[in-house]
Every structure is written in C-alpha cells, then in structure tokens.
Design a protein around this ligand. Sequence first.
Ligand code: 3EB
Length: 372
Amino acid sequence: MTMSADTMIAGIGQLYLSYIRPAGAPLQSLSNQEGLLGIVTFRTDLGIGEDSHTPEGILQIPLSGRGDDLCEIWQTTQPVVAGKIGDIIYRCSRDFLFGSIALTVADVSAGSHGSLGLPPLQSCTEFAYRQIFSLLDRHEYPDLLRIWNFIPSINGVSHGLEHYRQFNIGRQDAFLAHGRLLANKNIPAASALGSVGGPLVVYFLAGRHKSVPIENPRQTSAYHYPPEYGPSSPTFSRAGWIDLGQQKVLFISGTASIIGHQTRHAGDVAAQTRESMANIAAVIAEMHRVAPASGYDLNDLSYKVYLRHITDLPLIRAELDLLIAPSTPVFYLQADICRQDLLVEIEATAGILNCWYGIKTKTGLAIQSSEV
Ligand code: 3EB
C-alpha cells in the first residue's frame, strides 16, 4: 500500500538526514527549505566568531577544519517553526525538535553560574543541559533522541580536573535536577568530542515519541563506569532505537575501543578501529534482540569517524574498507576524543539517510530540495 500525502501528515513524522559539501550549495538558501530542522557545518574557515550560530540558524562546529568538508542537514515531513529561548536556537515540528546551544565557558564563569565556585566548564555544561531540559519539558518533547557535545580543549585540565570530567559532572547534575536519571530510561545516545577552543557547543534532536535505549553487552554501560574515569559517570546510552512507522531509526553513539570500561589497544589506531566496529556490530546485534523487525547490518549504516590525528586517516580507512562495502557513506572529521588514549571514535545512524554528496539513498524522501 502506498501512503498518500495526507496519511503521511496525519501519521508520525519521518526524519531525514543528508550530507552535502558546503561548497556545493548556498547554505543560506537551504535554511528556507520546508521541513528543515537544522543544519550543522563542520569546518572552521567560515569565519566563526564568538557566536557559533549564523542568523540563518546554521550551526558551525569549531573543529580543526581537517577532514571532510561536511554539512549535515536534518529534515522532517512536518511543518516546522523556528524559535529561540535563552541561549538555545531550535526548530520544531509536531513530533521533533532540533536545537543547539553554544556557551562561551568564560562568560558563564564570570556570570552568576561562576559564583557557585564550580569549575567553569562544569557549570557551563550544567547550565546548557538545564536549558535544554527546560525547553523540552515546557514544549513536551520528553525524549532526547540524540545529542552531540563539542567540548573546548576536552583533554585540558583546569581547576585540577580534566574538562571531559568537568563536563560529565555538569551533565549528570542536570539530568538529576530534571528527574531524568530515574531507571536509566531517559538516557540519550550521544557523542562527545573536543573542539578547538571556542564555546561549548551542544546540538540535539528530541522527540514527542520515546526511543528505546540500547546498551552493548561487550561494554559496561557508560553511566556505570567506575570512579577512575571521573567523579561522575558519563550520561549516555550506547544507542537509541525509534519506530517511526515506515522508518526504523537507529542512532548509535560515538563508539570507541573500550571493552568493559577499559581502553583497548592504546597506541594502535588500526586495532582501535576494528574494536570500535566490533562494538558497533554488537550494538546492532543487541538492537535485533530488542527489536527483531529492524534487520540492519554494518552496510546499512552511515558513519562519522572522528580521528585524533588526521595522519591516521589512511590506516583507519583501510580497516573500514575491510569491514564495510565501498558504497557505505563514511565521513572523517578531526577531533580530540574524551580519553587521552583513544585515537578514534565512530558514530553511526541507520534508517534515515536521504542523500550524501549528491548520491540518493534508498531511504529516499519526498521533500527533496533541488539544492540538496
Ligand atoms: C566511551 O565509550 C567513549 O560522554 O557523551 C562516546 C560517546 C564517548 C559519547 C559522552 C563519550 C560520550 O566512553 C567516549
């Protein structure tokens, strides 16, 4: 049975993700598209100032600019309205809200939140997450489906504590303050990377309907990591799965060479890549146990690979070429990873990729714009 446009509108909204090269399209014109939830660009030479948001709502992630020239576009089949509240800019449809927040760490420490005497990045993170949860609670998008965190100087130390560890305290405190750690049912899939200075940048997709969190049997749940990784454990799940009717969407968190809670293969980027992919395969297998109808394998995913050293790219690519088909979309970005000894982190999605670098995928969507 084919669905009419009316059925589509009456049913749950669908989600589409596209990747383009920023040079290939006038970005400003993309922001007028129907159903646009958000645009994220990964490059530094766009002239990022203090403000990571452009007037058109295009989020610019302050990475080193090495790696693929990448622009990530989120769309839905429902009408979208744009909004701004506090430091968050967002666009939302009936079923989805896509938002971003960029906070300059020094600003927060100088302002009221610094007066608590907490490490600046910790209070900044708590402030960012509290704003996000307040928005989601107020507008009734209870479920955080996916979140990306870009932490300035992630492995740097201030106030005697590594920034990633400060970040984990602030994040967990905000989850606790908003009652979101009850029974570990509300924990989103996430990625956490280092940015090259600039603000703390967080972007996220939230939904009216709940996703199902998935853990990895090969790994200790991050929210149960022991204290040797910091005073508060990281609040994220290994993956989230959501049934949107026609679409079965899987969001796999940033995945690294960790077994149990320990880093494996320190100093060996090829082995870390293989271990990360083994973890992703384990997450997919776990999803099939929880949701038997979905049927994805490694070749059905699209990947973003964050590498600490851009010079490792050929080694990582060689490993991935052995594990996934050449037609599988993989994008490479240079970023620091949350543990000093991790050289690579790989995130993936299934069920929503619309097109990439001009290549249409079988997920294919109705609201394809001529620019994309
Ligand atoms: C790990 O498994 C690797 O703190 O939000 C991956 C994805 C990692 C998300 C986060 C951290 C986070 O612990 C690091």
